[in-house]
Ligand binder design. Structure first.
Ligand SMILES: [Zn+2]
Ligand SMILES: [Zn+2]
Length: 804
């Protein structure tokens, strides 16, 4: 069969089976030949022949470039597509160094155990002598740990183990740290938001100790394609990093379809809004059609429960049309056990399974080669994940079929109408904020416990380190002595620092029947995530929350299979406590003033509060610190298909969050001139705020639940109509800062998403928000477009004035 026939046939199957208008775009990703380079001249002969035995005759150009930079002592990040062979880029310099110097060592960090296991197998398969690679993670038996510390030279571990196991016991790792030549950070785009900020500080702790033992390792990072990988890597490592981002690996072609499910004729959403068919239901229908056509298909959904439902729906449909095929469709719900993954790989590769619905568990580290199609039921959270999931499909020379099925929300619907956001220059950045004092503080305490902190160490930890240390001294966590700052508790503080936590308190999620601790959730997020009645997903399993006791720090849950999901609704007030940057425009097109109170030396602000001290009037854009007081007022229950069941009111205590925010203000006069009546201002701002929260994740790689917002026709701190978007974590995770950095692009996308939505007066795909505490009222869709036009036009006119 000619390579293109298969995907054309499958595309025809899709067109026949669904509403043809649902296809908003088909991107034909061409087949591409690889570009090779010669082996770097320093590559040991043993490696060249070991790789040749595996069929690798020459490196791709990006692999050689990465290797050369690392070998020359530069920190480097390679940011190329899925399956482009990033690992050879770091294996070359690291293995060469280990072969050349019998005392040299390397660390390898990966975000998942499965990936480290695969990496170990990859190194072992080369059969090079003297490398002694070894895993060191929570599963490593005690007796093996001693061997790893004493003998292993390529140690494969993860940031949590580094943080809790290796750095606090650094004296026992002296052999490794003395000659630590390379640190590899694989899949480094996974380190973003709060987790990424923690990891950045763990890496600074590692660098400090390595220096103390006399080494200064070179960092080699591997990343999915993101916007500005060098900047993201630099934030992670704390020093300049060179980027290699031109992908020269070969690629088999694919047809990538963007699909928007139709509006359901018989369903009505909140305030009478139209509702689209749910992405998992739509994907299940497609998978049934594709399996009937003999296509091996993988469908990605968000939860394990969702995977089971999708597989069940697919099987039910096949029961009507092709009963023989019912048993060849399954859900993947096996966790991460290697043998279960291998079993599934075998079943899919042999064709005994034709359709599998899965969570993102199958996104990475799975060797599936025979798939015809990948269906993505909803945005998986990042564009990097979109490409990982899409990359699962492809069979040799044959073009694969990939379908992205939009959920009924602004981000998904923006993507299906803006193919350039998916296929063009990457717009998503891996955002972190290692300067967040809530995260920096605990890591400085850990660092001091590992070895006294000195003046020279401050530079490594950034501008805010000094003030955070002063605060730790005041709180008696650290003691200031002439020789430096000391941590004086006997217990190492690392045990209390959860790399996935916000630096605030944690609520334990406990299963009532067994007393088993399932995990923790940030105190700040607990009222929204684990309020009584909430349906809580944990590692793909569904639980119902019976009780939340904030004072005791416990949420009690039980395993459950309710026929609905829940979404918390909350209301908030926001006080601007410090304006750090502000730009003003007198009206559309006229730039008035810019004020960066952060100065040149960092982001310590000077101004407190808004009114009077900073210019007002016109259109103002600000960035700074805020205090959010939030209260969960109830929750919605929704069926898997998206229909609303009801809203259950709750009486929950308020909680306070000190964080960072980006905002804009527009005077009543400007709004009036633009035709917005005073009574319509709240609805216009509210709609613009909702859509902005829906789309920031596309630029910041966060979740819409990671951020919050507020709109008001009169904010006490600005004295004007104001829209605020804030980070949902104490001290912020970098999301508001990223929003401020890309404000024009972000708000332009928001304007287009709202303007282009086909609904009459607002729906979940544009201005309605699932978490709105005001029941999505008032919302003025047309007014929002006017507001966004005003801000975007004012800001772009200024850019033209400055550059033109
Ligand atoms: Zn709409
Ligand atoms: Zn709202």
């Amino acid at each position: 069969m000619p390579p293109d026939r298969r995907s054309d046939d499958l595309l025809a199957v899709l067109r026949r089976g669904g509403d043809p208008c649902a296809i908003t775009h088909v991107e034909r990703l061409p087949r591409r030949l690889g570009v090779t380079a010669s082996w770097p001249e320093w590559t040991p002969a043993a490696m060249v022949s070991a790789l040749a035995r595996k069929g690798i005759e020459a490196p791709w150009r990006h692999q050689a470039q990465t290797a050369e930079l690392a070998h020359s002592g530069r920190h480097v990040v390679v940011s190329t597509g899925t399956a482009s062979g990033k690992s050879l880029g770091y294996q070359l310099p690291v293995l060469s160094a280990l072969l050349a110097d019998p005392n040299a060592n390397a660390l390898y960090l990966s975000p998942t155990k499965a990936l480290a296991v695969d990496q170990l197998a990859s190194i072992e398969s080369l059969g090079l002598s003297g490398i002694r690679p070894a895993l060191y993670d929570g599963d490593t038996p005690i007796e093996e740990r001693d061997w790893v510390r004493a003998h292993a030279r390529w140690i494969l571990t993860n940031p949590d183990m580094l943080h809790r196991g290796i750095l606090p016991a650094h004296a026992r790792w002296a052999r490794v740290l003395r000659r630590l030549q390379f640190v590899v950070i694989d899949e480094c785009h996974a380190y973003r938001g709060v987790f990424g900020s923690h990891v950045a500080l763990v890496i600074r702790r590692l660098r400090r100790l390595a220096r103390m033992y006399g080494s200064d390792p070179v960092f080699v990072l591997a990343s999915a394609t993101v916007a500005d990988p060098a900047a993201a890597a630099q934030r992670l490592v704390g020093s300049p990093v060179a980027a290699v981002s031109h992908d020269s690996a070969p690629r088999s072609g694919a047809d990538f379809v963007l699909w928007e499910p139709p509006v359901m004729a018989d369903a009505e959403g909140e305030n009478g809004a139209p509702v689209r068919r749910s992405a998992p239901n739509e994907a299940a229908r497609m998978m049934a059609d594709l399996v009937s056509a003999g296509a091996r298909t993988l469908t990605f959904v968000r939860s394990r429960h969702g995977a089971e439902q999708t597989a069940m729906t697919t099987r039910r449909r096949l029961g009507d049309t092709d009963p023989d095929l019912v048993d060849r469709v399954a859900a993947y719900r096996g966790g991460y056990l290697p043998e279960e993954r291998r079993e599934l790989e075998r079943a899919l590769n042999s064709g005994s399974l034709l359709g599998v619905a899965t969570t993102n568990a199958l996104e990475l580290g799975v060797d599936i080669s025979g798939l015809d199609a990948a269906l993505l039921a909803g945005y998986p959270g990042t564009l990097a994940s979109v490409w990982q999931q899409a990359g699962r499909a492809g069979r040799g020379d044959q073009r694969a079929l990939v379908v992205f099925v939009a959920r009924d929300d602004p981000l998904d619907s923006y993507l299906v109408h803006h193919p350039e956001a998916v296929f063009g220059t990457p717009i998503e950045a891996a955002v972190t904020d290692p300067g967040n004092p809530y995260i920096l503080g605990p890591h400085l305490a850990c660092a001091a416990a590992e070895h006294r902190l000195t003046e020279e160490d401050l530079e490594l930890f950034g501008d805010r380190a000094r003030s955070v240390i002063d605060d730790l001294v005041l709180r008696k966590v650290l003691r200031a002595r002439p020789a430096g700052w000391f941590h004086h508790e006997t217990r190492h503080p690392a045990d209390k620092v959860d790399l996935r936590g916000s630096g605030g308190g944690q609520i334990a999620i406990v299963e009532l029947d067994t007393g088993r601790l399932l995990g923790t959730v940030d105190e700040a997020r607990a009222p929204a995530a684990v309020h009584p009645g909430a349906v809580h997903l944990h590692r793909g399993q569904t639980y119902s929350v019976l009780d939340l006791d904030l004072a005791a720090g416990v949420a009690l849950v039980q395993a459950d299979r309710p026929e609905w999901s829940t979404i918390a609704r909350s209301v908030s007030t926001v006080e601007i406590t410090e304006t750090q940057q502000q730009q003003g425009y007198s009206g559309p097109g006229e730039f008035v003033s810019a004020r960066d109170t952060a100065g040149s030396g960092g982001r310590e602000g000077l101004a407190t509060g808004g009114r009077g001290q900073l210019p007002t009037g016109g259109i103002q854009v600000g960035l700074g610190r805020v205090r959010v007081t939030e209260q969960v007022v109830g929750y919605l229950r929704r069926r898997p298909g998206g229909e609303l069941i009801d809203m259950v009111p709750l009486d929950m205590p308020e909680h306070v969050l000190d964080t960072r925010a980006v905002w804009y203000t527009i005077t009543n006069e400007i709004l009036a001139e633009a035709g917005i009546l005073e009574r319509d201002i709240p609805g216009a701002l509210h709609a613009a705020e909702h859509a902005a929260i829906g789309l920031l994740p596309l630029f910041a790689g966060c979740d819409r639940w990671d951020i919050g917002g507020l709109s008001t026709n009169l904010h006490p701190d600005t004295g004007e109509p104001t829209v605020i978007v804030y980070d949902g974590y104490p001290g912020g995770a970098g999301f508001a800062d990223r929003g401020h950095q890309v404000l024009v692009d972000w708000l332009t996308a928001v304007r287009e998403a709202v303007r282009d939505c086909t609904c009459a007066a607002g729906c979940p795909s544009c201005v309605q928000s699932p978490k709105c505490g005001n029941g999505n009222q008032p919302l003025d869709k047309a007014g929002a477009v006017v507001v966004l036009d005003l801000v975007v036009n004012a800001m772009t006119a200024k850019l033209v004035a400055l550059t033109g």
